[in-house]
Design a protein around this ligand. Structure first.
Ligand code: ZN
Length: 216
């Protein structure tokens, strides 16, 4: 009773809004509005040829309401979006990458950024999707220093330099001889994904497939 009352008060103070377009939801609607639900269902996943990945795919286009939604997730305190996103990722992975990996892992943020944000956005997505899929999730990579965001780099060469030697495999035992699914939030140039995939292979992973929530 108390919990239900608390939920009612919360709903009055913060009426539930659509995860994507941020419109207020009607009673009985959960997470997303009917219009966005329809557009998500008609989305085609994206695939990018990116070495050394066997395949690298993304669930959403990084534009419009999707981009705004992810910004609220990462910077606007909407940590709970992770569950909705993870369900979408799990559906895509089940459809497209089933049978092509043994363990899942993610590209970590630095400890400094983790303290600031309070959560690692890609870790939440990976653990959430892993739970939906019943797949093993391992913490295989760590960030060795806090580099500036890739979006602040002026050109391709700077972006490449910016992620050089930034990631290391923390525990090779977890991935040795295994096929790894590497997950991240947004695929832009793909530099971070490539650097991490190479580190995983160098540490003994058998192969790497990639999946991101969104891609440009
Ligand atoms: Zn909507």
């Amino acid at each position: 009773m108390l919990i239900r009352l608390a939920n009612t008060v919360l709903d009055l103070l913060f009426p539930p809004r659509c995860v994507l377009c941020h419109a207020f939801l009607e009673k009985g609607e959960e997470e997303i509005c009917p219009k966005c639900a329809k557009s998500v269902l008609s989305l085609q996943y994206r695939q990018r040829a990116l070495r050394p990945f066997v395949r690298c795919i993304s669930a959403l286009p990084y534009e419009g309401v999707y981009r705004e939604s992810i910004a609220r997730y990462k910077f606007g305190g909407r940590r709970f979006y992770a569950e909705t996103y993870a369900a979408w990722l799990a559906a895509l992975i089940r459809e497209e990458l089933d049978g092509s990996f043994d363990v899942m892992t993610w590209i970590p943020i630095s400890r400094k950024r983790l303290r600031k944000r309070g959560f690692d956005q890609s870790e939440l997505l990976c653990r959430g999707a892993g739970e939906f899929l019943g797949a093993e999730v391992v913490s295989a990579l760590r960030k060795t220093r806090d580099n500036p965001p890739q979006s602040t780099m002026k050109n391709a060469e700077a972006r490449k330099q910016n992620v050089r030697d930034v990631f290391a495999v923390s525990d090779p035992e977890q991935i040795r001889g295994k096929r790894v699914l590497l997950l991240d939030d947004i695929l832009t140039t793909g530099n971070s994904m490539q650097v991490c995939a190479r580190e995983l292979l160098r540490a003994g992973a058998q192969s790497v497939v990639g999946c991101t929530l969104a891609s440009v």
